[in-house]
Design a protein around this ligand. Structure first.
Ligand code: PHE
Length: 506
């Protein structure tokens, strides 16, 4: 409708001064008119201009009464002329001044002698004509616009519409353009006569059929950083560890890692222990025995801790305090595999939730996500660890690293990792790392020359650094701003019901 109206109007008129007025006059929606103009413009049916100009008060005055130069010219008698003073009184000082300057420039008058005289018989007041055109919204030459603007007779107007005139390809009806080059066109030779639609490089493509994130993963902030990290690990040849056990036994979380049972981290002030079920039922007994020995009396070149190791303590269930518990299980499984087949080097990673009984503050939460990377191979050194950390962190955008000696019961040597934060202008701690101790690896049954380097960090840390958050609670946990969500679940439930033709207990 809008297209017909515009093309129809232009059949009898040269310009549409203001698309807004045009829409109002023809009862059309202006947005629709603008869309049609853009599309017609693309096909050179019209020349559209977004710029628009309005008359200043001075411009409006001249549009009514004529330009000063024309007024001056007309005030001079055709024969003889007029003394300067008299002309000035007739026009007033301002009009006289402007009129003289412009009329002299146009070579309309002679101001040399006592008398001001006409040099031509007749003048056209172009300025007045141009001002009237602009007032009506007609399109005016750029040079004229410049000149009028310089004389402060017009000013630009912020304008949402268009003014337009017929373009080089104007036709009262739009030709149908071909969108595709067909086999038939090629065969018949028609393609030579067909006009093709222009490419629209801004058009959005077809939505891609693909898998989707589980809503829970989508809902958690950090998910994009998590995705980025997963990609980095995968590109570096790491495989993901299964991290589905939030509930772990103390054995895997601590004992297998050569963490003594008196260690303060095992205190219930730091760790959440489970009431029900409070203990684990299954542990690999012969391995438990070797772990007990290494704690109590050492072996493999170690003195151990020289205390009475308690099985009850190891059985206690807890919410895992770090994903290194998962790494311990994986390394144990890998060692078991070497009983059946030769050892093969492995790179593992995990990104999942861990829990600590901590006072929640700006940088700490009681539950958060940990990133862990583990490499096991023969003959690895601390140099390998430093190299891989540089590779890993620079892929995350943190390329300036420093290391500080640290202590973990399960690694020796251990290093805290610091990264220089350009924004904060200081070094910030980003992770912890080390080489797993022989007291941890050898009881598992890994070959003696196999070394394991590993590092861990919280997911929230790099997210805060990379996205400039300074309060962890904005990222995760109950203070995270509310955003509407839609969730669903489909899973089994249980009722203590008499089973019959229409009822089941699950
Ligand atoms: N488990 C350590 C932590 O929770 C991180 C770590 C992982 C350190 C692996 C060394 C090796 O901070």
């Amino acid at each position: 409708m809008a297209e017909e109206a515009i093309l129809g109007y232009l059949a009898n008129n040269e310009v549409i001064g203001d698309s807004g007025e045009f829409a109002a006059k023809h009862g059309l929606n202006h947005d629709e008119v603008v869309n049609v103009i853009k599309s017609l413009h693309g096909f050179r049916y019209v020349e559209a201009q977004r710029e628009s100009w309005v008359l200043t008060d001075e411009g409006k005055l001249y549009a009514d009464t004529g330009s000063p130069e024309a007024q001056l010219f007309l005030a001079i008698p055709p024969e003889g002329g007029i003394p300067r003073e008299e002309l000035q009184i007739k026009l007033g000082p301002l009009l006289f001044k402007i009129g003289c300057a412009q009329a002299a420039k146009n070579r309309w008058v002679d101001m040399g002698g006592q008398q001001v005289t006409r040099r031509v018989q007749h003048v056209d007041d172009r300025v007045k004509d141009l001002l009237l055109k602009i007032k009506e919204g007609q399109v005016v030459d750029q040079d004229d616009i410049k000149a009028l603007k310089a004389r402060k007779l017009i000013v630009p107007q912020t304008w949402k519409g268009y003014s337009l005139k017929k373009g080089p390809d104007y036709a009262p009806q739009r030709k149908k353009f071909a969108a595709d080059l067909t086999r038939e066109m090629l065969q018949s030779g028609d393609w030579k006569n067909v006009e093709f639609k222009e490419y629209n490089f801004n058009a959005k493509g077809q939505p891609i059929e693909a898998g989707h994130l589980h809503p829970l993963n989508k809902a958690r902030i950090c998910s994009s950083v998590r995705h980025q990290l997963r990609m980095i690990f995968l590109q570096m040849g790491f495989e993901e560890m299964p991290t589905d056990r939030y509930v772990e036994s103390s054995f895997w979380n601590f004992d297998a890692l050569f963490q003594p049972q008196q260690h303060p981290a095992r205190d219930s002030h730091d760790t959440f222990y489970l009431k029900v079920p409070s203990t684990t039922k299954e542990l690999p007994e012969d391995y438990v025995e070797r772990v007990k020995c290494v704690h109590e009396s050492g072996g493999y070149g170690s003195r151990g801790y020289e205390y009475d190791w308690s099985r009850e303590e190891a059985n206690k269930n807890l919410l895992r305090t770090h994903t290194t518990a998962v790494s311990a299980r994986m390394l144990y499984n890998l060692a078991q595999d070497t009983l059946k087949k030769p050892f093969t080097p492995k790179r593992y990673f995990s990104i999942d939730r861990v829990f600590r009984n901590e006072a929640v503050d700006r940088t700490h939460l009681a539950e958060f996500h940990q990133i862990e990377g583990v490499i096991c191979d023969r003959g690895l050194t601390l140099g390998d660890l430093i190299g891989v950390l540089h590779d890993f962190f620079s892929r995350l955008g943190m390329s300036k690293l420093r290391f500080k000696p640290a202590y973990n019961p399960y690694t020796e040597p251990s290093m805290e990792i610091f990264s220089y934060h350009e924004g904060f202008g200081k070094w910030v701690e980003v992770g912890n790392s080390g080489m797993f101790r022989p007291e941890m690896l050898l009881p598992m049954g890994l070959p003696e020359d196999v070394r394991v380097i590993a590092w861990g960090l919280s997911l929230e840390r790099p997210t805060m650094i990379l996205y400039g958050y300074n309060n962890i609670r904005d990222l995760f946990g109950h203070k995270k701003p509310f955003t509407p969500k839609r969730y669903f679940s489909i899973d089994r439930v249980f009722r203590n019901e008499a089973v019959d033709r229409t009822h089941l207990a699950e």
